[in-house]
Structures are given as structure tokens and as C-alpha cells.
Write a protein that binds this ligand. Structure first.
Ligand code: TMP
Length: 223
């Protein structure tokens, strides 16, 4: 079966894009949704923190203000409150309605940012995830990887003072973050694919699309 036909017949999947600041996730998430639509696959494009009315309200508390505004555990609990709402209001209903879900960040960001970079530890985050979201996990995660300095430089180009709380956490924080994402990928190579995000947008998109199309054979056609 041609790849396009196979993907249109496959059971909807939950696909996440992850990475540090300035890694180009949001651009790639949009390109992926467009490429799927061109193949007859309906998807919902969403993001974290956020993706539902209440979760977006929590997002505003997290992405603005002083870097030390929240203690790391409080920050993690806010993220899980937002995630639980996002799942209940947006992600689960979309999958149940037969639509794919493409999400700009999800649980791996909490493991990398709060677990590794803030130092709470991956195990603590996994325990919270088991309680708050019943361990709900993506079918495929694309981790956009690039050197910390390159990402922070790109992120700086955005509107100053806007949602930049995490960008201001310092280079060491961001180095632990990158190592965290790479560690997550090493531990779960079936689900997580590392994508070299230093390349042109089209080349990155082609890699991401190939990974998504490769999901089809394992997702039997709908009954
Ligand atoms: P964004 O800039 O990619 O939209 O993400 C908003 C910020 O939230 C980003 O700086 C990373 C942070 N974040 C966490 O620290 N933990 C999480 O679990 C998520 C989803 C985001």
C-alpha cells in the first residue's frame, strides 16, 4: 500500500515534538499537521503547557515572571494540573473522534526541565505522571536536538519579555536540559527519535514526516 494510503487508514496516533528553547518545534509541528492533511489525515495541533482553556491559564503562570518564581516541585505540579486538563478537554476527545494529535511539548519536557535541569529527578516525575495522568504517553516523540548556544540565540530573536521565563534560567540549566532529552531518547529508543535540528527546515521536516509515516504499518487499519 502507498505510504499516503497507509497513513490515512491507520489508527490515530499521539505524536509529540520536544526539544530545548529555539529548537524549531512549533514550526515543525505546523508543517507536520499540513503534511498529514495533504495525505487525508485529520489532526489536532496543540501545545503544552496549554492546549485547553484552563491549561492555557496555568501556562501564563509558568512562562512569565521571575525564573525563581516557583519552587521546582510547585512548577511540576502546575504542569501536571495543566496536562490533566489538556488530556481531558483536548487530547483524549480528539483521539476518540478519530483525529491524530500533534503536540508541541508533553511529558518529556517535564522530565527534562523539572526532572533533569531543575534536579527533581526523572523518577519523581514518572511517579507524578503515574498519579496525575495515569502514565499516558505519546506513540511517537521527535526530539529536536541542537547545541544550547544556537537554540538560546535563536530564541533571543523573539519578542523580548514575552514568555521567556525558562530562557532566562542560564546556560548550565539548558545544558542539563539537552543532556536530559538525549538521555530520555537513549532510554526509550522505540518511542523517541532524535532529530538533528541544526539543518534547514525542509530537511528536518522530511525526517519527521518519514518517522510519522513509518508508524502506519504498526497501527492496524480501523475496523
Ligand atoms: P514553549 O516555549 O515551547 O511554548 O514552552 C513553554 C516553556 O515551558 C518552555 O520554556 C519550557 C517550559 N516547560 C517546562 O518547563 N516543563 C514542561 O513540562 C513543559 C510542557 C514546558
Amino acid at each position: 500500500m502507498a505510504a499516503a494510503a497507509a497513513i490515512a487508514a491507520a489508527r490515530p496516533a499521539f505524536v509529540t515534538l520536544e526539544g530545548g528553547e529555539g529548537s524549531g518545534k512549533s514550526t515543525q509541528a505546523k508543517l507536520l499537521a499540513q503534511a498529514l492533511a495533504a495525505r487525508g489525515v485529520a489532526s489536532v495541533l496543540t501545545r503544552e503547557p496549554g492546549g485547553s482553556t484552563e491549561a492555557e491559564a496555568i501556562r501564563a503562570l509558568l512562562v512569565n515572571g521571575d525564573p525563581d518564581r516557583w519552587d521546582p516541585m510547585s512548577e511540576a505540579l502546575l504542569l501536571f494540573a495543566a496536562r490533566r486538563e489538556h488530556l481531558r478537554r483536548t487530547i483524549r476527545p480528539a483521539l476518540a473522534a478519530g483525529r491524530w494529535v500533534i503536540c508541541d511539548r508533553f511529558g518529556d519536557s517535564t522530565v527534562a526541565y523539572q526532572g533533569y535541569a531543575h534536579g527533581l529527578g526523572a523518577e519523581v516525575i514518572d511517579r507524578l505522571a503515574a498519579i496525575a495522568v495515569e502514565g499516558f504517553a505519546p506513540d511517537l516523540t521527535l526530539i529536536l536536538d541542537l547545541p544550547v548556544e544556537v537554540g538560546l540565540e535563536r530564541a533571543k530573536g523573539r519578542e523580548p519579555g514575552r514568555e521567556d521565563r525558562f530562557e532566562r534560567m542560564g546556560a548550565e540549566f539548558h545544558r542539563r536540559l539537552r543532556d536530559g532529552f538525549l538521555d530520555i531518547a537513549r532510554k526509550d529508543p522505540g518511542r523517541c527519535k532524535v532529530i538533528d535540528a541544526t539543518r534547514p527546515i525542509d530537511a528536518i521536516h522530511a525526517d519527521i514526516l518519514a518517522q510519522v509515516l513509518a508508524l502506519a504499518p504498526g497501527r492496524a487499519a480501523r475496523a
